[in-house]
Design a protein around this ligand. Structure first.
Ligand code: ZN
Length: 58
């Protein structure tokens, strides 16, 4: 499995060890501690829950 690499110079993502644009050495981007997608899903769950509470009150 290939890792996605990132050029620290022009911020281009590539699978190669060198940037295809500027030929600089690429680095492996640090993984996020939490997924922003999960955070968004959590926000949606809370919003949905609030909708249900509103519906019950009506
Ligand atoms: Zn580059």
């Amino acid at each position: 499995m290939k890792h996605i690499m990132k050029c620290s110079f022009c911020k281009t993502y590539t699978l190669k060890e060198k940037c295809p644009k500027c030929n600089k050495q690429t680095i492996m981007p640090k993984p996020a501690k939490y997924s922003p997608i999960d955070k968004y899903a959590d926000y949606r769950r809370q919003a949905k829950k609030q909708d249900l509470i509103k519906e019950n009150l009506l």
